[in-house]
Design a protein around this ligand. Structure first.
Ligand code: BGC
Length: 249
């Protein structure tokens, strides 16, 4: 079965039809720039462009970088325009897409669902925590493969700061930190999450998952196994489509 998956990020809106049997994109993905400021109206236009590029007319799953309840309503907007808060994004996108059935899900939850099914968390039991390091830090917590949605562990307090402002990859870039310096912050952060959840496995996602050999060797003293995500840039798109398939498939 094929469903359209779409990932709304701080810099790009990207999507493609997804082959749900393979857990992979069924066509090369199309990307447009996220409008700045990333308001609901501007983002909805970008979403329409990506979907129209493929002439898609079936169900669409979308990720959003904030808390999403009921597959539709946005509750937080840490790194996008605050006017998203309390927006019924499902209705907004569906209207802009000529009434196509739409499901919206938190970006890290979508990536986590895809990694648990097709990637680094496949067949893993017990507690698994996926963390995405990007503009912010996203989290997805699984117990025996079942997701606890909207965990928002990126906003745990770390040394008196919102953790994502210290340990995201944006924090690395903004502070011009070496891999080793940044890895020490990631280590402190993982130790804190481990203290709270005692997971068997951490899956490290986001753009840095491609460069794990540069920083994971510096992350020491964590009891849980730590592995990079496997679906790289496509985890959000695949996970969004999986969500939509559950609702509308
Ligand atoms: C948001 C999360 C999101 C993460 C990654 C955080 O700032 O609060 O909802 O999953 O960034 O985009």
């Amino acid at each position: 079965m094929k469903i359209f998956g779409l990932d709304i990020g701080g810099s790009g809106i990207k999507g493609a039809p997804v082959d749900l049997d393979m857990g992979d994109l069924a066509a090369e993905r199309h990307r447009v720039l996220t409008p700045q400021p990333a308001t609901p109206d501007g983002v909805a236009d970008g979403v329409r462009q990506v979907v129209e590029h493929f002439g898609w007319t079936g169900p669409v799953g979308l990720t959003f970088p904030g808390v999403v309840t009921g597959g539709s309503t946005i509750r937080t907007a840490a790194n996008v325009d605050k006017s998203w808060i309390d927006t019924d994004a499902g209705t907004l996108f569906s209207d802009r897409l000529g009434g196509l059935p739409v499901t919206v899900v938190n970006d890290a939850d979508a990536a986590g669902v895809a990694e648990m099914h097709f990637g680094a968390g496949r067949d893993r039991k017990g507690t698994v925590v996926l963390l995405t390091f990007g503009t912010g830090i996203g989290s997805a917590v699984f117990v025996d493969g079942v997701l606890v949605p909207n965990t928002e562990l990126g906003h745990l307090e770390l040394n008196g700061h919102d953790a994502e402002t210290r340990a995201s990859s944006k924090a690395k870039e903004d502070g011009d930190l070496t891999w080793e310096h940044w890895a020490r912050r990631v280590q402190r952060y993982l130790a804190h999450v481990e203290m709270l959840f005692s997971p068997e496995l951490f899956v490290i996602g986001g753009g840095v998952s491609r460069k794990s050999e540069k920083f994971l060797p510096y992350v020491k003293g964590i009891r849980a196994e730590i592995v990079p995500a496997q679906l790289l840039n496509n985890a959000g798109i695949v996970g969004a489509a999986m969500y939509a398939a559950e609702q509308h498939g």
